[in-house]
Design a protein. Structure first.
Length: 223
């Protein structure tokens, strides 16, 4: 049986930016504290953020599949492979909705992530992590065609197509820009916290690892 797959990827929508950081408590501090005390307090405040979700994408994708029966074999030493179009083909389009979330885990944040040079402070962000969650098939809007002489799509086949759709979405994550969004949104959250420590906004730099392999940030398990 010959099979052809195509992945029609719908628009990527930045639906929600989660800036929930309930554990990130902070209070005003004076610059009269010693630099070491300031760094320790700042590190403690940022550690309290723990797992900070900073970006969320809602993705709509259409998984398509069609196949035509083929006859393959070998006769008198010669291989043959040809379609049997008179038996008809099968086609299906499966709408899928998925959610991709990005977060930064500050639980391992330490003074090694903080650099202070006089009145200027630099925060080196941990690498973001990305989760593919909440994959769901829109069963009501599945469209299919099955020729009279062909059997209908089975539950196992539908499950297989869903898994292939998930894999296609995961493979496309590095091109979505969600990691960059996660970093920018984390900076927007951290700057006010650092300002509460007595630093001016122009003296704060939020940076990150430049050689990050985005594919390495994708977690294969879901929530």
């Amino acid at each position: 049986m010959g099979k052809r797959f195509s992945w029609a990827l719908g628009c990527w929508l930045l639906s929600v930016v989660s800036v929930l950081c309930a554990g990130c408590s902070h209070r005003q501090h004076s610059r009269t504290e010693s630099p070491s005390d300031t760094l320790q307090l700042l590190t403690t405040h940022i550690q309290q953020c723990s797992r900070l979700y900073t970006a969320e994408y809602a993705i709509h994708k259409v998984v398509t599949h069609d196949d035509v029966l083929r006859l393959r074999g070998q006769l008198t030493g010669e291989k043959y492979d040809f379609e049997l179009p008179f038996l008809g083909d099968r086609k299906i389009a499966i709408p899928m909705d998925a959610t991709v979330k990005a977060y930064i885990d500050f639980s391992g944040f330490s003074e090694a992530n903080v650099e202070r040079n006089g009145q200027h402070i630099t925060i080196i962000l941990p690498d973001p992590k990305v989760l593919l969650t909440s994959t769901k098939i829109d069963h009501q809007n599945i469209r299919k065609y099955v020729a009279l002489l062909r059997h209908d799509f089975t539950d196992d086949e539908l499950s297989s197509y869903e898994q292939q759709g998930r894999a296609a979405i995961a493979a496309a994550i590095p091109d979505m820009g969600i990691v960059e969004s996660a970093r920018k949104n984390a900076a927007h959250i951290l700057i006010p916290i650092i300002q509460q420590m007595g630093f001016s906004e122009q003296d704060i730099t939020i940076t990150f690892r430049q050689d990050l392999d985005i594919a390495s940030t994708i977690e294969r398990t879901t929530e």
